[in-house]
Each structure stands twice: as C-alpha cells, then as structure tokens.
Design a protein around this ligand. Structure first.
Ligand SMILES: Nc1nc2c([nH]c(=O)n2[C@H]2C[C@H](O)[C@@H](COP(=O)(O)OP(=O)(O)OP(=O)(O)O)O2)c(=O)[nH]1
Length: 139
C-alpha cells in the first residue's frame, strides 16, 4: 500500500521575500502533542490536494490564504514524513483572518530564519525546515 497524502502550508509573512514561518504545536493525538508542524492534513476522497489544503487551513487556523510555489521534495516531488504519510507543501500567505489555534493545535509561533530550530518539529519535518532555512527564508 502507498503512503497517505498529507498537504500542508509553509505560511510566510511575504511570498516574494519570506522572513518568517508560522509553526503550529500539536495538541493531539497524545503521541504527537507538544511537537511542532506545518498546518495541514490528509486529503479526503474526492478532493484535490489544493482544495484539501484550503479546507484544512480554514478548519485549523481560521484563515484564508493565497498559495505561492510548491516546496518540492525529493520523494516524487513530495516529502516522506512517516512510514504511512507523504506530504506536499506549499508556500502560503494569509489573506483573511488572523491565525488562531483551534482544536488540532494549542500554540502558534512566527519563527524568523535564525529561530527555525527553536521548537521541536515532528521528526519528518526537520529536513523540510532545514531546506526552507537554506533556500527559501531570507535573513
Ligand atoms: N499536518 C501535518 N501532519 C504532519 C506533519 N509532519 C508529520 O509527520 N505529519 C504527520 C502527522 C500525522 O500522522 C499525519 C497527518 O495527519 P493529521 O492528523 O494532520 O491529518 P488530519 O488533520 O486530516 O487528521 P484526521 O482527520 O485524520 O484526524 O502526518 C506536518 O508538518 N503537518
């Protein structure tokens, strides 16, 4: 069986010259609680990945976003994050609403380039954050 597709956003302050990234701390399930991630979730049957991403960001943060470029990964364009999940990630900017944790998260934090490793990211996300620090975030 293949891995389940997860879609997520690297929310940044500015799509053209990003200097800060929004990290979200998971409040559930208990095995993941306290670890930080890119907001997003699984694509439901009948949804396109982009539709799923807009739905998840509305549900999880209460925001509308404009998507920027996809942050392509080494695994057929995606990023293998667990034994059971592969993630596709897009840069995104908030266009309406103020991000607030809803049920999936209990804290949000904007991280500058030098602060990216100040929070404990989910294991599968670490190399993605390093990729963003090396090539995407300015500063
Ligand atoms: N959303 C998200 N999930 C991640 C990241 N990194 C990572 O390993 N994961 C894992 C955690 C979960 O096992 C899986 C995604 O599941 P999820 O719980 O976010 O998906 P969902 O919102 O659709 O949840 P559910 O309806 O199944 O409860 O991928 C990440 O940066 N963002």
């Amino acid at each position: 069986m293949g891995r389940r597709l997860v879609v997520a956003a690297a929310l940044v302050d500015d799509l053209g010259a990003p200097t800060a990234l929004l990290a979200a701390r998971r409040s559930r399930p208990v095995e993941l609680a306290g670890m930080w991630e890119f907001p997003g979730g699984k694509v439901d049957p009948g949804e396109t990945p982009v539709e799923a991403l807009h739905r998840e960001l509305d549900e999880e943060l209460g925001v509308t976003v404009e998507l920027g470029a996809e942050v392509a990964g080494p695994d057929d364009g995606g990023w293998i994050i667990t034994d059971r999940h592969v993630m596709r990630l897009w840069l995104a900017r908030v266009t309406a609403g103020e991000p607030e944790p809803q049920v999936e998260h209990d804290e949000l934090r904007w991280l500058g380039r030098g602060e990216l490793m100040d929070v404990p990211w989910l294991t599968g996300d670490v190399r993605i954050v390093e990729h963003l620090r090396a090539g995407v975030l300015a500063g």
